[in-house]
Write a protein that binds this ligand. Structure first.
Ligand code: MG
Length: 204
């Protein structure tokens, strides 16, 4: 399986990092070795001094698709989760300056803690009207509704599938809202989907 992550998909997050709004959807990959499941602890890597959290809605692809028209994209998923797109901001900044890939900054081992998946039917929510938030040590740091995405999930699926075949079991991280920040040893992050805690990550 592959993990596709969309960058710069919430306007207020683009502003907080001083980035430009992209002309087309920005995406990158993480390997499957990035995943951290079952609320396991996250260990700060020793090769970065600025490890940042980004809480995101994650969509699981449920069938193979290539060149999926936007209007059909909703047939390719029925479950969502919350995940952290953990980013080595210092390494990413150097890569940006040199025009180099973000692979190390984004794809190192354990860079993607993820919750269980929940069916949209059970949530009884339109995918573009889901509330989610992230707390750091009990204080809300990120909070949004998926209606604020620049590119909808269906637009993302349609766009990415032009270039990469989507396969059953692939994950798509759909971008982070504003409020990203640094992770420190001892921090406890909890993520909430429609008000329900679904993910807990302790930083070691
Ligand atoms: Mg991200």
């Amino acid at each position: 399986m592959k993990i596709i992550c969309v960058g710069r998909n919430y306007i207020e997050h683009i502003k907080e990092l001083g980035n430009e709004k992209p002309e087309s959807i920005v995406f990158f990959l993480k390997p499957d070795t990035a995943l951290v499941k079952d609320n396991e602890d996250f260990y700060l890597p020793d090769f970065s001094h600025n490890v940042s959290f980004e809480c995101e809605l994650v969509v699981k692809i449920n069938k193979v698709g290539k060149c999926i028209p936007k209007n059909y994209a909703k047939n390719y998923y029925d479950q969502v989760a919350l995940g952290l797109d953990i980013t080595l901001r210092d390494i990413q900044q150097k890569a940006k300056e040199k025009g180099l890939p973000w692979t190390l900054a984004k794809g190192f081992d354990y860079s993607a803690p993820i919750s269980d998946f929940f069916s949209l039917k059970e949530l009884n929510k339109d995918i573009q009207n889901i509330n989610f938030s992230l707390s750091k040590n009990g204080e809300t740091v990120q909070e949004t509704n998926t209606s604020l995405m620049i590119n909808s999930v269906d637009e993302i699926i349609s766009y990415i599938s032009k270039f990469m075949t989507l396969k059953t079991g692939d994950y798509i991280f759909t971008g982070t809202p504003k409020g990203v920040g640094q992770m420190q040893e001892g921090d406890v992050f909890t993520a909430y989907l429609e008000g329900k805690q679904v993910l807990k990550t302790c930083v070691k």
